[in-house]
Design a protein around this ligand. Structure first.
Ligand SMILES: O=P(O)(O)OC[C@H]1O[C@H](OP(=O)(O)OP(=O)(O)O)[C@H](O)[C@@H]1O
Ligand code: HPA
Ligand SMILES: [Mg+2]
Length: 179
């Protein structure tokens, strides 16, 4: 699996430090508010578990499962909701926890989808931002790192369902996905 990595972009240590920084900032910003973290499966699974441990104020956690990439390296453009929220989010402060924003199609669809549920606020924390490829503009309140226009894997993020269990974030060798 590690042989398929072109370059390690963020180490285990970098990522744990980044979660600490984001957790501190979120804890300050949401002090006294009813915070619900909404992890977007599957990609956000590792980021969500690391980030939530660094948040020092009370919060609920929820998950949605959303997909648009399938086994390819480009967005299908069609966002599929495989699992919706379990709780009523009216009056709550929603913080969507996402691993990567690329075209922006997934997050803009999601925010639109959740808009009429009477949440007090809806914001996004996204670990990685691949700015160069953006097709849909969407404001992201908290961003971990900017990444180059490479196919990213590891720390929950897959190519065709593989590499999610790598403990670091890297780019995938071109020959693996540009066939
Ligand atoms: O900004 P976009 O171009 O929409 O891309 C970002 C989305 O793509 C990936 O999800 P994917 O559809 O691969 O599902 P997964 O999280 O289960 O891997 C990633 O986890 C984001 O949700
Ligand atoms: O670079 C990426 N890697 C994996 N999944 C993704 N979904 C959007 N961009 C990416
Ligand atoms: Mg994926």
């Amino acid at each position: 699996m590690a042989d398929d990595v072109k370059e390690i972009l963020f180490s285990r240590e970098d990522l744990s430090q980044k979660c600490r920084e984001l957790g501190d900032q979120i804890s300050r910003d949401y002090e006294g508010k009813e915070l619900v973290l909404v992890g977007i499966l599957k990609g956000s699974v590792v980021f969500m578990t690391d980030l939530m441990k660094e948040i020092t104020i009370p919060c609920n956690i929820e998950f949605m499962e959303v997909s648009s990439y399938g086994t390819g390296a480009t967005s299908s453009g069609v966002v599929k909701i495989n699992k919706d929220l379990d709780m009523d989010i009216s009056g709550k402060h929603i913080l969507i926890v996402e691993d990567i924003i690329d075209t922006g199609i997934t997050l803009s669809y999601l925010v639109d989808y959740l808009k009429n549920r009477k949440a007090e606020s809806i914001e996004i924390v996204c670990l990685l931002d691949k700015k160069e490829r953006r097709l849909k503009d969407i404001p992201v309140a908290y961003i971990g790192y900017e990444v180059p226009d490479e196919f990213i894997i590891g720390y929950g993020i897959d190519y065709a369902e593989k590499y999610r269990n790598l403990p670091f974030i890297g780019s995938l060798k071109d020959e693996i996905y540009k066939k």
